[in-house]
Ligand binder design. Structure first.
Ligand code: GUN
Length: 289
């Protein structure tokens, strides 16, 4: 058996196109484009690349992009004052402060300062709480992108056994919450899990988000299972995921690295910004977004 390779790049392009069409409707109804503000502190080259591609994708979807580049030695209070200004700015529907921040800054205090109703990253504790309790809010982009791919491949997820490997606030925990809400039976595995191969062998769905190249092996995988690989590991052999590509011999479907989950993240960020603009402008969106 050879797994279906899930084309995240194509799915993300479709999502971006749907968001672009809906953004045009919101613009017509509200008299202004949805606005996305991104804040980059310092010169980290990887972060600069992310921020540039977010800005380009925002403009391509017919939204306004506001970029704020600040020096690495900025004071906590100055950064907080910028967040306050963006919170109060009616042209801004979504705010993202690129992480990681330089060491002298209190990351948690900055995230908590963002208005939860503009927190398109879904990192604010209020949004984590909303997700955990089934209230409308913003869901972190990467796990939401994984869920969209899973629904596309499997349809109804209810009753399926899901294993999430990794318990970060950005991927593992929100992923587990999303799968619980889909009525999966969810196990969250992590570095202290005993007999991880045996835990993974029970799963119909595996979401791997640990950052260890090729960790999930073919003999861990239940035949026909769906594998979602969130790992991005830079190795001598290039960019590789957390799932050994040889798992394609056993799985029913799996995401490649690159071209799987990666392209979904920015597409969901645009989607969250659109949803924010629609909510703030009192516009009802098509449920398919
Ligand atoms: N750094 C890398 N990915 C992300 C992301 O999705 N959001 C933020 N805020 N920072 C990041």
């Amino acid at each position: 058996m050879t797994a279906r390779i899930i084309d995240g790049k194509a799915f993300a392009a479709g999502l971006r196109a749907r968001v672009g069409a809906a953004a045009a409707e919101v613009t017509a109804e509200c008299g202004r484009k949805p606005g996305f503000a991104v804040v980059l502190v310092g010169e980290d080259p990887a972060s600069a690349v992310y921020v540039r591609s977010k800005g380009k994708a925002t403009l391509a979807a017919g939204m306004e992009s506001f970029e704020h580049r600040l020096p690495a030695d900025i004071a906590q209070g100055t950064l907080e004052a910028l967040v306050d200004r963006l919170n109060a700015d009616p042209a801004v529907d979504g705010i993202l402060v690129q992480l990681p921040l330089p060491k002298h800054l209190d990351e948690s205090a900055i995230i908590t300062r963002i208005d939860p109703d503009k927190d398109v990253d879904g990192f604010h504790p209020v949004n984590a709480g909303r997700l955990a309790t089934g209230l409308a809010g913003f869901v972190p982009c990467t796990p939401y992108g994984c869920l969209l791919l899973l629904r596309d491949v499997l349809g109804d997820l209810s009753g399926l056994d899901a294993v999430v490997i990794g318990r970060s606030n950005i991927v593992g925990k929100p992923m587990a919450q999303l799968l619980i809400a889909e009525s999966c039976t969810v196990t969250v595995a992590h570095s202290r899990t005993r007999d991880l191969p045996e835990v993974v062998r029970r799963a119909d769905i595996v979401v791997a988000a640990v950052g260890r190249a090729g960790m999930v092996k073919p003999d861990w995988v239940k035949p026909g299972a769906t594998l979602i690989d969130v790992g991005i590991n830079r190795t001598e052999a290039g960019l590789v995921g957390d799932v050994d590509p040889a798992c394609a011999e056993v799985a029913g479907a799996m995401t490649p690295v690159p071209g799987g989950v990666g392209p979904m993240t920015i597409a969901v960020l645009l989607r969250n910004t659109l949803v924010s603009a629609a909510r703030r402008g009192g516009v009802t969106l098509d449920a398919a977004i």
